[in-house]
Design a binder for this molecule. Structure first.
Ligand SMILES: [Zn+2]
Length: 204
């Protein structure tokens, strides 16, 4: 283990578990564990329980795969949203960032990640089939704009190309991509609101 010389088997095993989370290295993992060791037993139990029940208790919207209390999320339930616009993101946290700008009034589709075979994320494991079905349904009675809002990273661009291949010849769909301002290699989730506003306004 790089940078850590703590010799305790359980500690090191727990560090490895924390490192399964995005962007957590051994030092960060050790900091988390030290912080947890300062908590009461009851707080730790509550956290453990919450993690153990995560898959059972947190639902995803059947339409767009946003996190939801019910079968449909608050966006899909809201009939004031513009259903001629569908914005495709990698993750729920990206949806959240765009929703916070208050500038976008259309619908969303969450893919569940970006194509990255090294990570086991292939087109089959992401929600592309559901995306194609959804666009078929939405284009039944009107034309729609499908805004590709995957991250401006290598995997995000691969995913954007895949969406273009999948949908560009379908009738009633105009494909656009989030515009300038997002630095290449950056992450939507960490972009500030102003940058996201510009990116939304300058889509093409
Ligand atoms: Zn939804």
């Amino acid at each position: 283990m790089r940078n850590l010389i703590i010799i305790n088997l359980k500690f090191r095993q727990t560090v490895r578990l924390f490192q399964k989370l995005p962007s957590v290295g051994p030092r960060q993992a050790a900091r988390f564990i030290m912080a947890l060791l300062d908590k009461d037993e009851s707080e730790l139990k509550e956290l453990g329980q919450a993690i153990a029940n995560l898959k059972r208790e947190i639902k995803f919207c059947h339409e767009c795969f946003n996190i939801s209390e019910n079968n449909l999320c608050h966006v899909c339930m809201d009939n004031k949203r513009d259903n001629s616009k569908l914005l495709v993101v990698e993750k729920v946290t990206d949806l959240d960032s765009i929703e916070k700008t208050g500038l976008y009034k259309g619908l969303y589709h969450v893919l569940g990640g970006a194509i990255n075979p090294l990570d086991g994320a292939t087109p089959e494991t992401l929600k592309f089939l559901e995306l194609a079905r959804r666009t078929d349904k939405l284009t039944g009675d009107k034309d729609i704009e499908l805004i590709i809002a995957t991250n401006p990273s290598t995997t995000g661009e691969t995913t954007a190309l895949y969406i273009r291949d999948l949908l560009q010849n379908r009738k009633g769909i105009t494909l656009t991509r989030l515009g300038r301002g997002l630095a290449s290699g950056s992450n939507l989730e960490h972009a500030d609101e102003l940058t996201l506003k510009h990116a939304l306004e300058s889509r093409k």
